[in-house]
Write a protein that binds this ligand. Structure first.
Ligand SMILES: Cc1cc2nc3c(=O)[nH]c(=O)nc-3n(C[C@H](O)[C@H](O)[C@H](O)COP(=O)(O)OP(=O)(O)OC[C@H]3O[C@@H](n4cnc5c(N)ncnc54)[C@H](O)[C@@H]3O)c2cc1C
Ligand SMILES: NC(=O)c1ccc[n+]([C@@H]2O[C@H](COP(=O)([O-])OP(=O)(O)OC[C@H]3O[C@@H](n4cnc5c(N)ncnc54)[C@H](O)[C@@H]3O)[C@@H](O)[C@H]2O)c1
Length: 465
């Protein structure tokens, strides 16, 4: 049997980071990956989606900046850019990085078979048993949730949308969350006639309501048919088949859809994209062999040698949060002395729609629900010269949520063009618990987007400033 200090199962961004931090702290580490080293993010999620979205953002900017001729979309070149960013689904460069960083990498599917022990089976059927001296980390990521009604349709998942090869003429997207909104943006730009079927009465419901409303307006303006408060009662498809990543998976899909105000109707589409959430990938890692289950993972009821982090751990399923958990755990396993983290680390997220939604910490509703007495202020996104100069269509708003008792920021949301880079200032202010009275001495350069901070702080009651 092979022995190492730390076994990491899953070589996505979370697994790679925990492995690197533990190794740099002096431990021997084995990183086990069953598919592509780099994980969902590098090949099927963050990288391809943002590679597709960025040129579209630049094109839209060119349409709103007098002095420029609007940029023209070159679909073949856009897809080629996506292919380059996913390294043509080849993980050689990631493997080079890992071995260069001193990590031992094993290919194959790992299952727990006993305390601190996994069995790794390779494609050829051979299996190797490995034991960890210190810890075993599950960084196995997540899988898409497929509602049972769609189980036999070979509907597209987010992998097909980011890996699009054949652009369906008519695409129905089920869901109103992040994947649905981002995918609707690039699929409609690529030429699909997109219908979004959303069961709730808003988009992006985890965010401040004005964020979902702005994205809804923008998608509709771009020609996406967004139908809220819908219920799909039946779904069928002739000739459903796995024709390959990003290709249309069979004949037309027929959906029976009910809406409160307009009764029921039939919708026919060439492809169906399910964007109905994700859940931790824990079904096939042998949890039962060590007497735990997925609920134990979610509740943190694990033996001290076993850890589940990143998407697998059930926290915010975001690359940067997985990497953060990985840095903290990797250093801790190696015995590094670290400043203890604040009790609640705020979660930042950017939705790369047009306009972008960038948020961190609590929304007003979440803060009130948590029992905070809050003061909130909002300003138009274009109310600073720096943001107004970005584009002449100036949509969006910015809002902050301040704790009246401490005078510190609890949350911030920026909705507008290139809003993404504004959010880290809010993250720093929340983690640093910087009182507003101090924050107002952080002077933003003129004319930059950061001047929105000034506009927001000026709106607060004088006793808080
Ligand atoms: C379309 C889309 C776009 C996204 N965009 C963003 C974004 O812009 N920003 C952002 O922060 N997040 C984004 N996310 C979320 C992000 O992709 C995930 O949060 C991130 O990939 C999680 O990293 P991870 O390492 O925990 O898991 P993963 O990246 O899923 O990696 C897990 C790895 O473990 C391997 N594995 C699983 N089980 C085993 C086993 N038993 N044995 C061996 N190997 C195993 C898998 O093959 C995989 O490579 C997006 C998600 C989607 C679906
Ligand atoms: N830019 C980013 O940071 C980014 C981009 C994409 C994905 N992600 C991550 O990936 C995760 C998954 O994204 P997602 O959009 O799939 O999930 P989500 O939880 O954001 O949205 C799921 C949507 O599907 C709907 N839904 C769920 N079950 C349904 C059903 N049976 N019928 C009809 N509608 C149903 C929900 O109401 C919701 O609108 C997100 O939590 C996010 O953290 C992040």
């Amino acid at each position: 049997m092979r022995r190492v200090d730390v076994i990491v199962v899953g070589g996505g961004p979370t697994g790679e980071n925990v492995a690197q931090y533990a190794h740099d702290g002096g431990l021997s580490v084995l990183l086990i990956e069953g598919e592509l080293l780099g994980g969902e993010c590098s090949y099927y999620a963050c990288m391809p989606s943002k590679a597709l979205l960025r040129p579209l953002d630049v094109r839209a900017t060119s349409e709103h900046l007098p002095g420029l001729r609007p940029a023209e979309l070159d679909v073949a070149a856009l897809l080629a850019r996506r292919d380059a960013w996913v390294s043509h689904y080849d993980d050689t460069s990631q493997l080079d990085w890992a071995t260069g960083a001193g990590l031992d990498v094993m290919r194959g599917h790992a299952r727990l078979v006993g305390e601190k022990t996994v069995s790794v089976s390779s494609d050829g059927g051979a299996s190797t048993v490995v034991e960890a001296g210190v810890a075993l980390v599950l960084a196995t990521g997540s899988v898409p949730v497929v509602p049972p009604m769609f189980a036999d349709l070979h509907a597209w998942g987010s992998r097909d949308a980011t890996g699009v090869v054949e652009v369906p003429d008519r695409l129905v997207i089920v869901g109103g969350g992040v994947v649905a909104c981002e995918a609707a943006t690039w699929m409609s730009a690529l030429g699909s006639s997109v219908t979004m079927l959303v069961r709730g009465d808003a988009l992006l419901t985890d965010q401040e309501p004005f964020a979902g409303a702005a994205v809804l307006d923008a998608l509709r303006t771009a020609g996406v048919d967004v139908r809220l408060a819908t219920r799909i009662t039946d779904a069928s498809r002739a000739g459903a088949a796995d024709t390959g990543l990003g290709r249309v998976h069979g004949g037309p899909v027929t959906l029976a859809v009910e809406r409160d105000e307009s009764g029921s109707e039939r919708i026919v589409a060439d492809e169906l994209l399910l964007a109905t959430g994700r859940r931790p990938r824990l079904d096939d890692v042998g949890l039962d062999a060590v007497g735990v289950n997925a609920d134990d993972v979610r509740a943190g009821r694990l033996p001290t040698w076993l850890h589940a982090i990143g998407d697998a751990g059930g926290g915010a399923p975001l690359t940067h949060m997985g990497k953060y958990e990985a840095r903290v755990l990797g250093a801790r396993l190696a015995g590094a002395h670290e400043t203890p983290p604040p009790r609640d680390v705020p979660v930042p997220q950017v939705v790369f729609t047009d306009p972008q939604v960038a948020a961190v910490g609590s929304s007003e509703a979440q803060a009130r629900e948590a029992g905070h007495d809050v003061v909130t202020v909002a300003v138009p996104f274009a109310s600073a010269a720096g943001t107004a100069l970005l584009r002449d269509d100036g949509v969006g708003s910015a809002k902050i949520v301040v704790d009246r008792a401490t005078g510190c920021l609890l949350g911030a949301t920026f909705v507008g063009h290139e809003a993404a880079e504004l959010i880290h200032a809010a993250t720093v202010a929340i983690v640093g618990q910087v009182p507003i009275g101090v924050l107002r001495h952080a002077v933003p350069s003129y004319p930059t987007s950061s001047e929105l901070w000034l506009r927001l702080l000026e709106e607060l009651p004088t006793n808080l400033r």
